[in-house]
Design a protein around this ligand. Structure first.
Ligand SMILES: [Zn+2]
Length: 244
């Protein structure tokens, strides 16, 4: 557990340094022993998160040991996805600008580069106004909104949120960080390519070969290489050495 919490603190720093989150956005992990709980930082910019900021929540977003700490107002995104998807062990929510055009325009976000394969063949768009009307502040601030978002995600890895950002879900922390780092890059490439004409996305076979085939293992040296690289770039090389 202590290693997972360290990695969660690290994931916050990595996502901030890679420009996926800024003052806002967050990452969580499902509790490894209690599936009905998840862990995320108190309401703090990810770049500044330390182990002391991490809090446990039930899936309805209730803090278990707040000790005066204020939770993120959008924690319901995370709890609702864990509730709907027993396979999901880590979630990211962010407002990365490069993903936003695809939440408001007809062009669908698709994996178009090899590192974007992890987002999966389908990336649905969730529009909060469909169920909650035209007067929300676009943020997911209660369980009902979280559940509606999780329903849109279905069995996919990423759901775009109209005029707001995205939520990404994966079976491990390292997977969700990797996906969240490459998602805006994939979006940027697709956006640029659309200026040139018709875009050819990865085929289902290519996506499968990248993500589910023999070529991909979550704990592979290549994956660890990426984690170490991101941690070092974020100035967290020392944190990475602790406990390992
Ligand atoms: Zn948000």
């Amino acid at each position: 557990m202590s290693e997972l919490l360290r990695d969660l603190a690290l994931a916050n720093r990595i996502l901030a340094h890679e420009g996926v989150v800024d003052a806002f956005g967050h990452v969580s992990v499902r509790h490894p022993e209690r599936a009905e709980r998840f862990v995320m930082s108190r309401s703090r910019s990810p770049e500044l998160v330390t182990l002391d900021d991490l809090m446990e929540f039930t899936l309805d977003g209730t803090p278990l040991d707040a000790r005066g700490r204020t939770p993120y107002s959008e924690r319901f995104i995370h709890g609702a996805i864990y509730e709907a998807r027993p396979d999901v062990m880590a979630v990211v929510h962010a407002h990365a600008e490069d993903t936003l055009p695809f939440g408001i325009a007809p062009a669908k976000l698709r994996p178009v580069i090899h590192s974007g394969a992890f987002i999966g063949a389908e990336v649905p768009v969730w529009d909060i106004a469909k169920r909650f009307g035209e007067r929300t502040n676009l943020l997911v601030t209660n369980v009902a909104q979280g559940r509606d978002l999780a329903k849109s995600l279905r069995k996919n890895n990423v759901v775009l949120m109209r005029g707001h950002g995205f939520a990404a879900a994966a079976t491990s922390l390292i997977d969700v960080v990797r996906m969240s780092v490459y998602l805006p890059r994939n979006a940027r490439v697709q956006f640029r390519a659309l200026q040139l004409g018709k875009v050819k996305p990865l085929s289902r076979g290519e996506i499968q070969a990248r993500t589910g085939g023999a070529g991909y293992k979550p704990q592979s040296p290549e994956t660890q290489r990426a984690w170490q690289y991101w941690a070092a770039r974020a100035g967290c090389a020392e944190l990475l050495k602790q406990l390992s």
